[in-house]
Design a protein around this ligand. Structure first.
Ligand code: SF4
Ligand code: SF4
Length: 188
């Protein structure tokens, strides 16, 4: 089977203090939204099971070839909101708001793709998987979704990484060594 994913090749840069401040502010707002929610328990999304085995290998290879195109919109919010905070606070009852914000800031990538999510590093997402937004955990682009819809899962997959709007193609296979990408070896 052949699938096509996008790819990005922005330069890496260290995050400015202002961007990290904006992340902090976003987290404070998200925690406040959770605090004032009428039914905070209802905000928690159903658990998204993590793919395993060969399927996971194909997804990792796709994201590695792509270098995390879907993370470019993450900016200083990383798609985090009160729903993520509801889940994280449930899972970390002993961690107060200050400690939680510190945990996020600690995971900011020392070098991230220019203008992309603050956790979008050269070796993939630097944010602890347990702290990520539900969207980051469950999202698959069209190319990966077309693979996931196959039953049984194809054993041999050729991955084409194509820059959106351009004709250049970077080939990869599902046995490719995983390097950068959204789902990398740092995933928990
Ligand atoms: S899901 Fe993976 S392959 Fe698809 S756009 Fe995101 S990082 Fe790229
Ligand atoms: S997966 Fe990681 S790098 Fe990508 S948007 Fe989410 S938090 Fe940011």
């Amino acid at each position: 089977m052949e699938i096509t994913v996008p790819y990005q090749d922005r330069t890496l840069e260290s995050p400015s203090l202002d961007r990290v401040r904006r992340l902090r502010r976003h987290l404070v707002r998200s925690l406040r939204d959770l605090r004032v929610a009428k039914h905070p328990d209802r905000l928690i999304q159903p658990y998204t099971a993590e793919p395993e085995g060969d399927v996971a290998a194909v997804l990792r290879a796709g994201c590695a070839a792509c270098h995390g195109h879907c993370c470019l919109g993450g900016g200083e919010h990383a798609y985090l909101d009160e729903r993520t905070m509801a889940r994280v606070r449930r899972d970390r009852p002993d961690q107060d708001a200050r400690g939680l914000i510190a945990a996020y800031v600690r995971d900011v990538a020392p070098m991230s793709y220019a203008g992309s999510c603050l956790f979008h590093g050269a070796n993939g997402c630097t944010l602890d998987r347990a702290l990520r937004a539900d969207l980051c955990i469950s999202y698959h682009c069209d190319g990966l979704t077309s693979f996931l819809r196959q039953a049984p899962a194809p054993s041999d997959v050729i991955i084409h990484a194509v820059r959106p709007g351009a004709a250049s193609v970077r080939p990869g296979r599902n046995n490719a060594k995983v390097a950068p990408g959204r789902e990398d070896e740092t995933d928990g």
